[in-house]
Design a protein around this ligand. Structure first.
Ligand code: DC
Length: 226
């Protein structure tokens, strides 16, 4: 087994995992795995290939041979490219999230993406962001976090982000989407969204992200991982 350390950050959508994981990876100088992006790319690749998200064998083939690359744009932004098509924006839409959550419920798709995720574990360390990083992908990780917040708080945060980007969205619709995605991610039979037994659970409903980061860093230091 690899002795490269991994810190896992799991939780429902909109709980601040992405922000915390980026900050942590940057502060430690470690690699970052955004596992949700792999499921989002799979969902998007199905749309490009004309494969229905309900056609489990075909979706599994797409996941198994996912021809994806990440390249830096002149602006410094990291572009996600599938078979030469820039899908960076498409995978971040609400539909992209729905597709990801739908294909992620297929056990063979999760199996197909498992090794690809484990390959991100490279020296000096990895911060892994997702739903099952601490339970299924890196169960032996020395430090695990589970970030959560109420559904209404998460919907509100997402609403503010989208409004700031100039998008026309409804808060009620976002809340419905979040609840639907929570239910699908938590009830699937393989690797459902649950905290690992040894995860540190942080509820950020009433806590600013800067305080969450401080708490996370404190734990990292306590474990001697910095
Ligand atoms: O983190 P995200 O919102 O980008 O993830 C999109 C979807 O992908 C999420 O609703 C469920 C799925 N997912 C998963 O099943 N397992 C992971 N480790 C990460 C994401």
């Amino acid at each position: 087994m690899s002795d490269v350390p991994v810190i896992t950050v799991d939780g429902p959508s909109g709980a601040g995992k992405g922000t915390i994981s980026h900050m942590l990876a940057e502060a430690l100088g470690w690699h970052l795995l955004d596992s949700g992006a792999l499921y989002r790319i799979t969902g998007q690749a199905c749309l490009i290939e004309g494969v229905s998200w309900e056609d489990h064998p075909a979706v599994t083939e797409v996941a198994r041979y996912l021809d994806v690359s990440f390249c830096a744009a002149p602006s410094g932004e990291i572009l996600v490219v599938y078979k030469g098509v820039d899908v960076s924006r498409a995978i971040r839409t609400e539909e992209g999230g729905r597709g990801a959550s739908t294909v992620a419920a297929i056990p063979a798709v999760r199996e197909a993406l498992l090794q690809r995720q484990r390959e991100f574990r490279r020296s000096p360390g990895l911060v892994a962001d997702g739903r099952d990083m601490g339970t299924a992908v890196f169960p032996e990780a020395p430090l695990k976090f589970y970030l959560t917040a109420s559904a209404s708080e998460r919907a509100e945060r997402r609403y503010k982000q989208l409004i700031a980007k100039g998008e026309n969205v409804s808060l009620a619709r976002l809340l419905e989407d979040i609840k639907e995605r929570d239910a699908r991610d938590s009830s699937r039979e393989v690797s459902p969204l649950v905290p690992a037994e040894d995860a540190i659970i942080i509820d950020s409903t009433a806590t600013p992200i800067s305080d969450v980061y401080e708490l996370v860093m404190l734990k990292v230091k306590e474990r001697g991982l910095n």
